[in-house]
Design a protein around this ligand. Structure first.
Ligand SMILES: NC(=O)c1ccc[n+]([C@@H]2O[C@H](COP(=O)([O-])OP(=O)(O)OC[C@H]3O[C@@H](n4cnc5c(N)ncnc54)[C@H](O)[C@@H]3O)[C@@H](O)[C@H]2O)c1
Length: 255
C-alpha cells in the first residue's frame, strides 16, 4: 500500500522546537512519504529537526524563515518551487504565546507582537501558498489556531484574539479558493506538551496536574495527537474538507 503523503511537497513553519508541534508534524508527514521543508527563525534548531527526520529515513530539509516577513515568505516559497517544482501543502504552524492580562502594561504590545506572527505570518503564508498552488492545480493549507480561538482563556486575551482571527480568515479564504481545488482548514489543539506549553504553564503559575484534571480524556495532548490530525487534512483523504475547524483537545471545550 502506498504511503498517505507519497509524492507531496510540504512546507511546515515553526519546526525547530522539540518537543514542538511543527517538528512532530514534519516527522509524521515525512513518515508517510512527504518531502518536507521545515522552516523557523531558529536555523540551528530546525536543521537539527530535519537531520533527526532524515536519520529515521524521511526526506526533510531546513530553511531560515521569519514568518512575519513578507520578503522571507517570497524567498522561502520561491526556493521550494525552484527545488521541488510545486507546493502541495503548507502548514502554518509557527506561533508565539505571551500571557498578558488585559490590565497589564504589556497587554497592547503583546497583542501587536502576537498578531504579527500568529495572524499576519499565517496570512502572508496563505497568500503566497494560494498563488503557488494555483500553478499546480490545487493544494491544502492547514492553519494552526488553538482552543483559545474557540473559547476564552483568562490572561490570554491577546493570544485568543490572534487565534480567533486565524480561524475566521481561514474560513473566508477557503470560500475564495474552494473552486480552485485549494483547501484551507484550521486545527485547534488543546493543551499539548511542548516547549510553548512549558513556558506558558510556568508563567501562569498553573501546573500540569491541575490542567489535566480539567481534561475529560484525563491527560494532556501529545504532539503526535496534533500531527495525526494535520496528516488527515494534508492528505487526499480530506479532499472534500475545507473551511472547517478541527478541535483536538481531549474533550476540553466540549464542557
Ligand atoms: N502547545 C500547545 O498546547 C498549543 C495549543 C494550541 C495551539 N498551539 C499552537 O501550535 C503552534 C505550535 O506550538 P508549539 O507548542 O509547538 O510552540 P513552540 O513554542 O514549542 O514552537 C514554536 C516554534 O515557532 C518558532 N517561531 C516563533 N516565531 C517565529 C517566527 N516569527 N517565524 C518562524 N518561526 C517562529 C519558534 O522558534 C519555535 O520553534 C503555535 O501556533 C501555537 O500557538 C499550541
Amino acid at each position: 500500500m502506498s504511503k498517505r503523503m507519497h509524492g507531496k511537497i510540504v512546507l511546515v513553519t515553526g519546526g525547530a522546537s522539540r518537543p514542538g508541534l511543527g517538528a512532530a508534524i514534519g516527522e509524521r508527514l515525512a513518515d508517510e512519504g512527504a518531502t518536507v521543508v521545515l522552516s523557523d527563525v531558529d536555523l540551528p534548531g530546525v536543521e537539527e529537526t530535519a537531520a533527526l527526520i532524515r536519520e529515521k529515513g524521511g526526506d526533510a530539509s531546513a530553511v531560515k524563515h521569519d514568518v512575519a516577513s513578507q520578503d522571507d515568505w517570497d524567498q522561502v516559497v520561491a526556493d521550494v518551487l525552484a527545488k521541488h517544482g510545486r507546493l502541495d501543502v503548507l502548514v502554518n504552524n509557527a506561533g508565539i504565546l505571551e500571557v498578558a492580562p488585559v490590565s497589564s502594561d504589556r497587554a497592547v504590545a503583546a497583542l501587536r507582537s502576537q498578531f504579527d506572527v500568529n495572524v499576519v505570518g499565517s496570512f502572508i503564508g496563505t497568500q503566497v501558498a494560494v498563488r503557488a498552488m494555483r500553478q499546480s492545480g490545487g493544494g491544502s493549507i492547514v492553519n494552526m489556531s488553538s482552543v483559545a480561538g474557540i473559547v476564552g482563556f483568562r490572561g490570554s486575551a491577546s493570544y485568543a484574539a490572534s487565534k480567533g482571527a486565524v480561524k475566521l480568515f481561514s474560513k473566508s479564504v477557503a470560500l475564495e479558493v474552494a473552486a480552485e481545488n485549494i483547501r484551507v482548514n484550521t486545527v485547534h489543539p488543546g493543551i499539548i506538551r511542548t516547549n510553548m506549553q512549558d513556558q506558558g504553564a510556568d508563567s501562569n503559575s498553573d501546573n500540569y496536574a491541575a490542567i489535566e484534571a480539567a481534561i475529560p480524556a484525563g491527560r494532556l495532548g501529545e504532539p503526535t495527537d496534533i500531527a495525526n490530525c494535520v496528516l488527515f487534512l494534508a492528505s487526499d483523504e480530506s479532499t472534500y474538507v475545507t473551511g472547517a475547524e478541527f478541535v483536538v483537545d481531549g474533550g476540553y471545550t466540549a464542557q
